[in-house]
Structure formats: C-alpha cells, structure tokens
Design a protein around this ligand. Structure first.
Ligand code: ZN
Length: 218
C-alpha cells in the first residue's frame, strides 16, 4: 500500500538532484542510505521524471566509470538500478570470468534467486567503496524478476559477469554491500590489484592471502 503523503518528498528530492544536470554525486559506505533498504517503485516519480532520473543514473555510471549503479548510491531510497557493461577485457579474462557485454538495462523492483548450486568467486568492487576490491563467491547463474522502465515484466536468467552485476546491484536495494558477502582476507587496495592480482582468476591471491575459493575453482 502506498502512502500518497510520502510521494511528494521523494519526487522533490529527485527533482532537486537533477536540477543541476550532468552527473550525480555517488555516496560512500557509511552513509545510512546504503544500509536502510528501498521503497518499491510504485509511481512515486511521474514517467517523465523517472526517465530523467534513469538517464542521470546512466550518465553517472558511465562517468564513474562503472557497470552498474543503484538509486541508493545517489542517495535515493527507491528500488531502481541500471546496469551496462561494454566488457572491454582481454579474451582470457572474458573466458575465465564470463565477462561478456551487457547492454544497458533498467531494473525496476528487481529480485533474484540462484539457478543451480554452482558458485563463482572473483574480485569485485563498488563505486560506493572506492579504492578497494575483494573476492565474492556468488551463484554463477541467477533468475532475475523485475520490471523494465516502461513497467513491462522481466523474467530472465543471467550467467557469467552479468549475473554478478545483477546480484551486486539488487543487493544494494536491500541495503547490502558486496563487502558483507566478501572473503575478508581477500580485501585488496587498488594498488595491490594493479600490481599483484590482475590474473583472470583469484587463485593466486587466494594462496598468497589465505582465503578459500568455492569447490571447483582453480
Ligand atoms: Zn556497488
């Protein structure tokens, strides 16, 4: 049930965010908006405002640069995220991580469930935790249910890197950061990532730092 009285503030907040045009400011870990969960989108933003907000999320994601961005990351507690990954990576990385191009998508009210028991573990990072990466073991394949930006239902299975992006962004909408699911001993600075852990898989890092990978991982 929607409280009509609660609608105006959210729309006003988004109008104010968009007033300056261009990129939005990404909030960092420690801001409660990243931890408090989100309201389902139920028309709180009129169609034209929703379209402008989605475009601003996309512009901000590109500028960061990132491959996904959730509304709470710009301070808006709505269940909306965008994803897009041109996947400009070497062939060996593409094969190891399943990092195939993911066209731009808007996820409205998304949720996911694992498909099968397989898990994949790789380093990932977050625009709200700048400067760090950590290894997260996640379901290798997930079923996403949501709506698109026009309210049309989506029910689709994602694999490889796109499955990871879908999970990471949907988790944001539940107030979960990737660090909550990460191997703590894998935590690595941008410098360590560049100098040491640029292999296609985290196997070398696992041995050197002393953390476990799921069964079946090299
Ligand atoms: Zn993130």
């Amino acid at each position: 049930m929607t409280d009509p009285g609660a609608r105006a503030p959210l729309a006003e907040q988004v109008e104010q965010l968009l007033a300056d045009g261009g990129e939005l400011t990404i909030v960092s870990a420690g801001d409660p908006v990243l931890r408090q969960g989100t309201e389902p989108y139920e028309g709180q933003l009129a169609p034209a405002l929703l379209e402008r907000f989605v475009q601003a999320l996309r512009t901000t994601m590109h500028a960061a640069p990132g491959v996904g961005l959730a509304a709470p990351q710009v301070g808006v507690p709505l269940r909306i995220a965008v994803i897009e990954d041109p996947a400009p990576v070497p062939e060996e990385v593409r094969l190891a991580r399943g990092r195939v191009p993911q066209p731009f998508r808007v996820l409205v009210n998304p949720s996911y469930e694992a498909v099968g028991p397989a898990r994949a573990a790789f380093f990932e990072g977050c625009l709200s935790v700048p400067g760090w990466q950590a290894v997260v073991a996640r379901p290798a394949q997930v079923r996403l249910t949501c709506q698109d930006e026009h309210g049309r239902p989506v029910d689709e299975v994602f694999t490889g890197w796109p499955a990871r992006i879908v999970q990471h962004e949907t988790d944001h909408l539940d107030g979960t950061l990737y660090l909550d699911r990460a191997e703590p001993r894998s935590l690595s600075s941008a410098q360590a990532m560049a100098e040491r852990w640029n292999q296609p898989t985290p196997a070398t890092a696992a041995r050197a730092l002393g953390f476990a990978l799921p069964d079946g991982e090299a």
